[in-house]
Design a protein around this ligand. Structure first.
Ligand code: FE
Ligand code: CA
Length: 510
């Protein structure tokens, strides 16, 4: 063991590390222990969490894994040497909390074990007030079966300051309705920790996904497919006994934790519960509120109708439960947390990183009766009203909702009353398409758009992500698309660009 004085010296970067820092208990690796890649996340003003998971590590003894952090990409100016330990209960994952660094700058890091060395990753610390420029990308819905993750690869090449993952990072189901470009291993839906782990391992074998995690810090939340399609809290879409479903959820949450760069003390799952919702302040330029739209939501309205528990279209007439004021998308505690975070924010821009469509999307029944999709915010209208009224009353600066789940691009005005054309626009929603998952039918959804005048743009035929450039004056969002999701070498182009100007809710075509 190094002495305390040695540790302090190393952490201050005064001396080169002696050979003893190479962990004594590093096994002789038969294959690359770092083949899931590296990631950073949960940034603070003076640090971040560094993540990796040691593939091939077995047994109940923690492994010591040295790492280095440098001020330069060439790793010449090493400012920190440390030794992380794996958590054998959580798949030998590492969630190393680093502190004591300078604010508002990039750092580069690398792990090693025996003769194995990880990929080089880039992290960053949060800026202090005064920073006036940020670039970020956001993603949702990467279904391995539907194609290659070229969207992640191209986003990494843009070198954003950070990336936001809005959910459906993995898919649990086995595709039967759409063409399969590459099959899920295992051949069945995961239920156990080992089975969910195998999904993440397979997904991380895509070089594009490893590249985006190495390129910049990741801010992560989830949607349904990290566990099961359209689940809500303890209610599964297939009417499983809630206690049985919660044990499946526990396995899924554990595997999510094991593979994401989240804070260990804050996010480590406890049984079937895991804290994901959180916020980050990028100086006084941007506050990002990551919300959890699955773990605390009320049961979907008219759950047992017609014959499945997941999303379906309902009229308020046939399903009065929809309008019940007690129902919530994010649960009472998270609503309080979010409303408080918005109303007390000093940030110029206030982003809500959200899993499912927030804008009203009327998909009228054949007789013209308005319908609501029960799985997105339309299924929780009272909860949406509380949020939008809170924004209207407390007026956080420039509220923008970024959204995934629906496998299509949407630019929406968020209004207190979507049915009233004169109702003021109080926030902007920019929905990104899927990384790879199949989009909803374009012709069918295009017909709904005129019934929803707050929708400014819709496109479901393209896969990709959204690339954002932010200053105090404006948010520029580029809708980035890949040429062909079945081509591992797909090229990138920009489908459309929107700008949100400071003080003016609602996006304009750029
Ligand atoms: Fe999805
Ligand atoms: Ca989803």
């Amino acid at each position: 063991m190094p002495t305390r004085r040695q540790m302090l010296q190393w952490s201050a970067g005064f001396v080169a590390a002696p050979a003893v820092l190479r962990a004594e208990n590093a096994p002789a690796w038969k294959s690359d222990p770092f083949n899931l890649g590296v990631a950073s996340g949960a940034p603070s003003n003076d640090g971040f969490v560094l993540w990796t998971r040691m593939m091939g590590a077995e047994g109940g003894t923690a492994l010591s894994v040295p790492y280095e952090i440098a001020a330069d990409e060439g790793m010449r100016n090493v400012v920190r040497k440390g030794v992380a330990t794996t958590d054998p209960v959580f798949g030998h994952s590492i969630h190393e909390e680093v502190t004591g660094l300078e604010p508002g700058r990039p750092y580069w890091y690398r792990f090693s074990s025996g003769s194995a060395e990880s990929a080089l990753g880039r992290a960053m610390t949060l800026p202090t007030p005064g920073a006036d420029k940020l670039r970020f990308a956001y993603f949702s819905c990467s279904n391995w079966q539907a194609g290659y993750f070229s969207a992640y690869r191209h986003a990494a090449e843009e070198h954003p300051d950070f990336a936001v993952f809005l959910g459906d990072y993995i898919y649990e189901y086995i595709e039967t309705r759409h063409p399969v470009v590459r099959a899920h291993s295992g051949g069945k839906e995961p239920h156990t920790v080992a089975e969910y782990r195998a999904r993440y391992e397979q997904y991380r074998s895509d070089p594009g996904l490893r590249a985006i995690h190495a390129a910049c810090p990741s801010l992560v939340t989830w949607d349904d497919h990290e566990v099961q399609n359209d689940y809500a809290d303890q209610w599964s879409e297939d009417f499983e006994d809630p206690q049985v479903f919660l044990s499946r959820r526990a396995s899924a949450y554990q595997a999510f934790y094991e593979h994401m760069p989240v804070k260990p003390k804050f996010s480590k799952p406890f049984g079937s519960e895991m804290r994901v919702y959180d916020s980050y302040d990028f100086g006084d330029l941007l506050r990002v509120n990551l919300i959890d739209g699955r773990q605390y939501r009320s049961r979907e309205a008219c759950y047992r109708k017609p014959d499945k528990g997941g999303g379906h279209a309902e009229t308020a007439k046939a399903c009065p439960e929809l309008l019940d004021l007690h129902r919530s998308m994010i649960g009472e505690a998270q609503e309080k947390w979010l409303f408080n975070n918005l109303s007390t924010s000093k940030a110029q821009w206030n982003v809500i990183a959200n899993d499912v469509l927030m804008a009203r999307l009327n998909q009228p029944a054949p007789d013209g009766e308005p319908q609501y999709w029960t799985d997105d915010w339309d299924g929780y209208p009272a909860s949406r009203n509380r949020l939008l009224i809170s924004i209207h009353d407390h007026k956080p600066s420039n509220p923008v909702v970024i959204t995934g789940d629906i496998h299509s691009f949407w630019t929406n005005d968020l209004k207190l009353d979507f049915a009233d054309e004169k109702s003021p626009v109080i926030a902007t929603e920019l929905v990104g398409t899927s990384v790879s998952s199949d989009g909803p039918p374009y012709d069918v959804f295009s017909k709904f758009v005129p019934q929803n005048p707050h929708v400014k743009f819709f496109e479901s035929r393209k896969r990709g992500y959204v690339s954002v450039a932010l200053t105090s004056k404006r948010m520029d969002a580029k809708y980035q698309v890949v040429s062909d999701v079945t081509d591992p070498n797909a090229t990138l182009s920009t489908l459309a660009a929107f700008v949100v100007e400071d003080g003016k809710p609602g996006a304009q075509k750029a």
